[in-house]
Design a protein around this ligand. Sequence first.
Ligand SMILES: *[C@@H]1O[C@H](CO)[C@@H](O)[C@H](O)[C@H]1NC(C)=O
Ligand SMILES: *[C@@H]1O[C@H](CO)[C@@H](O)[C@H](O)[C@H]1NC(C)=O
Ligand SMILES: *[C@@H]1O[C@H](CO)[C@@H](O)[C@H](O)[C@H]1NC(C)=O
Ligand SMILES: CC(=O)N[C@H]1CO[C@H](CO)[C@@H](O)[C@@H]1O
Length: 559
Amino acid sequence: MWFTKDGRQVLHFLKSFWIFNPLCHASTMGATESAVLPSLLNITLDEIAIGLDRNQFTSEDLVRSYIARIDEVNHKLNAVVEINPDAFAIARQLDNERLISGKRSVLHGVPILLKDNIFTSDKMQTTAGSLCLLGAKPEREATIVELLRRAGAVLLGKTNLSEWANFRSAGDNATDGWSARGGQTYAPYLERQNPCGSSSGSAVAAAVGLAAATIGTETDGSIICPSGKSAVVGIKPTVGLTSRDGVIPGSPRQDTVGPIARTVKDAAMILNAIAGKSPFDSATDRIPYWPIPDFTAKCNPFALRKIRIGIPRNAMKKGTQDVDTVFQSAITALKEAGAIVVDDINFSDLEKFKGLNTDLVLLRDFKDSLDTFLQNLPVNPHSVRSLEDVIEFTKLNAGEFFPDRDIGTFEQAISSPHKASDVYQDMLHKSIYYAQNGLKNTLEHASLDAVALPASAIHATSMAAVLGYPIVTVPMGYYPKDAEIHYNNRGDLVTAGPGFPIGLQIIGRPFDEQNLIGYAYAFEQQTKIRQKQQPLIQPNTELEDTLAKRMGVLVKSEL
Ligand SMILES: *[C@@H]1O[C@H](CO)[C@@H](O)[C@H](O)[C@H]1NC(C)=O
Ligand SMILES: *[C@@H]1O[C@H](CO)[C@@H](O)[C@H](O)[C@H]1NC(C)=O
Ligand SMILES: *[C@@H]1O[C@H](CO)[C@@H](O)[C@H](O)[C@H]1NC(C)=O
Ligand SMILES: CC(=O)N[C@H]1CO[C@H](CO)[C@@H](O)[C@@H]1O
């Protein structure tokens, strides 16, 4: 029986009698009790914690399974740029530690992937997708990385991103999820699906289960947009809730680090680990509470009852009928979950906000903060000390694919007005003023708890970016079967089509994450959208395959 040609039968045998019922010994085979391990496509952090606690599998088994899954699909999706060569050793060490002294936290032994703009002090690179940072090392690794390690997470690897978090190329030269180092990332629901950016690889990796969860960063839309397009949950925390030290900067006014996961509760559990003050990021001084609250505390199906959710219709993207239809059913679901939906409550001054050239301040922030960052890199093999140096490297290094991938955004950053100039200051003040009139005043005047919009309503995302407000995104539907297929202008990515996921974004007040997460959780439980459609591209390796191999049982692939 153990060596039958039918590998699956062996697995079924294991499934029923051994692995999932570890207390059931061979002599009691045939006992009725049996449970099935969740698929790594769907497994939650709670389920992983239970499996580890019961010794149904180890952290090493998890690492082995995830690496096998990455090997299966990464040539198609390009979500992961690098696997931590020490992942197995770290997992084994954490498995031993668990036996000796118990677990550090619910994340003990849990493999997590990090966006490739978050520095780690280990054998991994941190490059923002650019070849010029290969080999570079900062003074210390990111605070959020230290926090993850302290919680016992296994840093499994790095994920691909839009190069320089989308601060390099402009117009049609720029595609979401492309970097010189990692190539083009694709989302998994359609062939050549646009993953959005810039945390593209993190969203895709979470979507198909290449890790238990992932970490992304956002300056303006970089967690929310890719999460929506891969049907996963993203939390863009209030600026300051998570420390940005050790993260390659975009704009210190707007940058934030947040989790991407398959469920709201999983994302909240990761936020629990990474939120908190750091001596290396003064923005974290704004955190108004201590200790950090449990962000899963409001995860209950009734969290939307009597909650006032505003719908700023004027911030919706025009001419997107399929998205509008899905959003309409999301509004119905919000009401069914008990929310008081305050419809047609428009953002004041939205047109004025849209008319601003906010890039002008954003790109100056990028130029200045990147220069400072590069100047402080103790190990900098390509001697890039300024954006000018990066531009020169990018133009001269064939691996950077210049000019097919231009440097339009870099150039705009170089020529942007200085911080002290009237133009910069005026634009900064106007953008804050109009964003307050829009988002902040709408929340206040209508006594709203949050506003909700499709994740594609980018001007709402931008208002939250300018004000540093938090957003949670959760899957809300898919394009219908008869939807027209659309491509980007370059013609290499599908931007809409049958089964293309659509996200909902819920935006709220600063440091109100605990409540926002509750609303998103109640919506998720009401709708269970992620479970309604399968990714087209997904790996097959499951924990039971790894366990079978570990037990020396021949499986199908080896026969
Ligand atoms: C990229 O930009 C360059 C110069 O800006 C242009 O010559 C080239 O045609 C663009 N390529 C694509 C594919 O858009
Ligand atoms: C809100 O904006 C929408 C779309 O621009 C418009 O159709 C609607 O009349 C506005 N509603 C109010 C109350 O101003
Ligand atoms: C994941 O969950 C969905 C919905 O419950 C289910 O249809 C699907 O079969 C599951 N996938 C795997 C690989 O178990
Ligand atoms: C298409 C492409 O460039 N893919 C790359 C993704 O990243 C890994 C790791 O750096 C490379 O091995 C792939 O070639």
